[in-house]
Design a protein around this ligand. Structure first.
Ligand code: NI
Length: 256
């Protein structure tokens, strides 16, 4: 089988992989996985992402401070990302953004401060960003309009109208396991509507496993089920969806 799976969003440094991470990662290429971006969630996890990228040739790193963990940081700490972003296998600044579901973890104003500092840094370095937006669509769009970064909205959960605006801003849209869920009406509309050349596939592993593995630990090989569903929605073959999204990932993250 040709290796067509490019997973643009995973967390192999998560606790769920503590026991058997190297076993799981060693087996992914034989299951068709040709690329993974491991996303950092704070300084430490960004450094671990880079370690993974140094160990496995098909893994790339993103370095960034996640909104849920932003309470421990101030805007000036974002400077500490610079050496991590300079690593040859770091392809994006992520994952960053706003999360108003877990507002207790970090107040909105502080989340915005850290997010904006990271958007400025990404623009200065001309690097794409990987954006997390949970229940914060309005403020996220406002900041994207203001800073106009390159990059992707990961685990996109907005409406078709929002998707159109994201595309207009020049960004990509990441879809994952949610599209296989029964109540995924929004995602299905988005998957049908957005241009194929702006779509990225992702797992968010170990979270968000697609049906038929919903609720279980997710790994990058399960993207096939996401691609299957999108293929069905768009009247394409699964391989066509995988091949197109692989090319999109390589283009956005400048991976040859
Ligand atoms: Ni994530």
């Amino acid at each position: 089988m040709e290796s067509l799976i490019f997973d643009t969003h995973a967390h192999y440094d998560a606790e769920a992989f503590a026991e058997d991470c190297s076993d799981v990662l060693a087996r992914l290429p034989e299951k068709g996985v040709c690329g993974i971006i491991n996303n950092g969630t704070d300084l430490e996890s960004s450094a671990v992402s880079i370690k993974l990228a140094e160990t496995y040739d098909y893994i790339y790193a993103a370095a960034g401070i996640h909104p849920e963990l932003a309470a421990a940081y101030r805007a000036e700490d974002v400077e500490k990302l610079r050496p991590l972003l300079a690593h040859p296998k770091t392809v994006a600044l992520g994952e960053i953004g706003l999360d108003y579901h877990y507002e207790d973890a970090c107040p909105r104003e502080q989340q915005k401060e850290i997010f904006e500092a990271q958007l400025r840094l990404a623009n200065e370095l001309e690097m794409p960003v990987i954006i997390h937006d949970r229940e914060a669509h309005g403020d996220t769009i406002d900041l994207l309009r203001k800073y106009r970064p390159k990059g992707t909205l990961h685990c996109f959960s907005g409406s078709v109208e929002m998707a159109r605006e994201i595309i207009q801003l020049g960004l990509y849209i990441g879809l994952g396991g949610v599209i296989t869920f029964k109540n995924a009406r929004h995602s299905v509309e988005v998957a049908a509507e957005i241009p194929l050349d702006r779509l990225l596939l992702e797992t968010d592993a170990p979270y968000m496993a697609p049906v038929p593995f919903r609720g279980k630990r997710c790994d990058s090989s399960m993207i096939v089920y996401v691609a299957d569903r999108i293929a069905q929605i768009r009247g394409l073959t699964t391989s066509e969806v995988l091949a197109a999204t692989r090319e999109n990932a390589r283009r956005l993250y400048k991976i040859s």
